[in-house]
Ligand binder design. Structure first.
Ligand code: ATP
Ligand code: MG
Length: 584
């Protein structure tokens, strides 16, 4: 490809509305353009990368025996009513009516459509197991589209769905998909983690997310420094300390603490560590159906910890989303402000985190204004007359860096990640409600087990840039670079030899099937602009052909990944082109 005939739309200015490096660089390098909030056009340069990534994903999926199909973006409401998601989904599902007033939506995902297809087309164990996938546009009316294609409203997803007669078979395909996703991310040379993910309300089956590590990531993940354990912080299991609190119990006393309503103030007043106090939080409760019923629940954690809302709101009688009782509610029930709450003398159901439950001689609010209890113990009646207790112990705290890994191996580190893929064992959720069955070998109808596997193709490109860039621009891995090699002509208008030699290198690269760009822009584009463009766009290899280089007999070669420059004879340049072609 010749730059003079290509659409290069680079810019030096950093767009004011782009916060993340990838968003800025994708705009500056001319990969994407915004049409409206969360909607982007992929320019030819960006489209080349998109196509290369799509092809890597397609090849990897095909190797597993998965079959590609293409389903409509527009989906009828009836299918979504069958699974109840027409009412369950919020405004993220973009709904509209056709000319006959029938309800439709733009597909944010395709579980309903694929299950509908499979219930019609697959009836026998002979057709199973099967994995079907597509690479296609999704629409989610995100409340806050941001970071360019990282969280857009329209985006491209590879979504695969597998169908099985039994769990064992689903487990096997799930493992194959996990390995396939790892191989795709390895081909992009990304630093990523596979993390235990929330299997949501769908039921306790396996679910893993693939996170590309980057400081700008929206998710916080923790992982062990010694084992494979990794989890979204929302879900990471809290362990209790290896050496339990062994202090012998001391008699408790009520102490005066006027105007001390925070753990910080309490600790400095008494010269104690926050880990010797407990924090008491009152939240709204719910009935068995999850409906708020005006009840309250007490959550107790250690003073140096924070409540993990996702874990807490999963408890049976805690309302989701987690809602703290208001100060008015607390004052009317306890007669004191939240800063003096404690678990003793409190008849509202108490759930304690294990690290709080194992404490001895702790300090907590006395449920009396301006008073705390010192040396409180869970099993000793308190001097304020109440029977101390907790109703149950649940893991409700946010894990922290340095905590013991729940598998007992190593300690946890924390990093931010970008979720680029999600695999999920759906079990029978969709197949049961939509009646997708097949006959087993004995002729018995079996409700199919199902898995689903998504990769955010467009997000993955942004994530890759987020991890691979420097102050000059993008540093593409060779597998998805829009061009592998750029040959820059300097002063071509002054020297026929510049044209001749650059054309020779260009043609030899083309003949070897290397994606090569010949920067043949005329004198209106300065050499400096050509150099800067090649770095911004992130082309892995660059030759500069100038009259001076030709006179000296050596051309300048620059490797983008190291920004290292070397001089090479024309023969060496041709040899390097051969090597680039071989390593493709
Ligand atoms: P998130 O938590 O980031 O909103 P999700 O869990 O809703 O994502 P999934 O339903 O698991 O997403 O979709 C599969 C993949 O699609 C995600 O792992 C992600 O890579 C991609 N994806 C989801 N939403 C978007 C979006 N708004 N823009 C770009 N990619 C997205
Ligand atoms: Mg997800």
């Amino acid at each position: 490809m010749r730059t003079s005939k290509y659409l290069i739309t680079t810019s030096k200015e950093t767009p004011s509305d782009a916060e993340t490096a990838s968003h800025q660089l994708m705009l500056r390098a001319g990969l994407i353009r915004k049409l409206a909030s969360g909607l982007y056009t992929w320019l030819p340069l960006g489209h080349r990368t998109l196509q290369k990534l799509t092809e890597i994903i397609r090849q990897s999926m095909n190797e597993t025996g998965a079959l590609e199909l293409l389903m409509p973006v527009v989906q009828p409401s009836q299918l979504w009513r069958e699974t109840d998601r027409w009412t369950m989904m919020g405004p993220e599902l973009l709904r509209f009516k056709d000319r006959n007033s029938r309800d439709f939506c733009l597909g944010p995902t395709h579980e309903e459509v694929i299950t509908d297809l499979v219930r019609d087309e697959i009836n026998s164990h002979r057709q199973l197991p099967t994995t079907l996938y597509q690479i296609q546009t999704k629409f989610r009316d995100e409340i806050r589209p941001r970071f360019g294609v990282m969280r857009s409203r329209e985006f491209i997803m590879k979504d695969a769905y597998s169908f099985h007669l039994d769990q064992n078979c689903l487990d096997q395909t799930y493992d194959v998909m996990k390995q396939t996703y790892s191989s795709i991310l390895n081909q992009l040379q990304l630093d990523y983690r596979i993390v235990d993910a929330d299997s949501g309300n769908i039921g306790g089956n396996a679910s893993h997310e693939f996170h590309v590590l980057a400081d700008s990531g929206e998710d916080e993940i923790v992982f062990s420094n010694k084992s494979d354990y990794a989890a979204n912080v929302e879900l990471a299991i809290g362990t209790i300390p290896q050496s339990p609190d062994a202090e012998s119990q001391r008699p408790s006393e009520i102490i005066e603490t006027p105007a001390i309503t925070t753990i910080k103030d309490l600790c400095s007043h008494l010269s104690i560590e926050p880990s010797r106090c407990v924090k008491t939080v009152i939240v709204q409760g719910c009935d068995q159906e999850g409906i708020r019923n005006g009840s309250l629940i007490t959550l107790v954690i250690r003073g140096d910890q924070t409540i993990n809302e996702i874990k807490a709101e999963k408890l049976k009688d805690v309302a989701a989303p987690l809602t703290r009782a208001t100060e008015n509610e607390i004052t009317s029930v306890f007669g004191c402000v939240p800063g003096y709450l404690g678990p003793l003398g409190n008849d509202i159901k108490i759930y304690a985190d294990p690290t709080a439950a194992e404490l001895t001689n702790f300090t907590c609010g006395a449920n009396i204004a301006d008073k705390h209890i010192k040396n409180a113990n869970w099993d000793v009646p308190s001097i304020n007359g109440s029977e101390p207790h907790y109703d149950d112990v649940f893991d409700i705290r946010k894990v922290r860096e340095g905590d013991l890994s729940p598998d007992g191996e190593g300690t946890l580190s924390k990093q931010r990640g970008i979720e680029v893929g999600h695999i999920f064992q759906l079990g029978k959720k969709y197949s049961a409600s939509m009646n997708a069955t097949a006959l087993d070998t004995t002729g018995k109808g079996i409700v199919l087990s199902m898995g689903c596997y998504g990769i955010g193709v467009t997000r993955l490109i942004a994530a890759c840039i987020e991890q691979k860039h420097d102050e000059y621009g993008i540093i593409w891995p060779k597998s998805i670079a829009p061009f592998l090699l750029v040959i820059i002509q300097v002063d071509g208008h002054k020297s026929e030899q510049v044209i001749e030699i650059s054309e020779k290198l260009y043609n030899s690269a083309k003949d070897l099937g290397v994606d090569v760009l010949l920067d043949d822009r005329d004198k209106k584009t300065s050499p400096g602009v050509k150099f800067a463009d090649s770095e911004l766009i992130g082309i892995p290899h660059r030759f500069v052909v100038s009259p001076k280089a030709i006179a000296d007999g050596f051309l300048e070669y620059k490797k983008r990944s190291t920004n290292e420059k070397t001089l090479k004879s024309i023969t060496e340049c041709l040899q390097l082109i051969n090597e680039i072609a071989e390593q493709k």
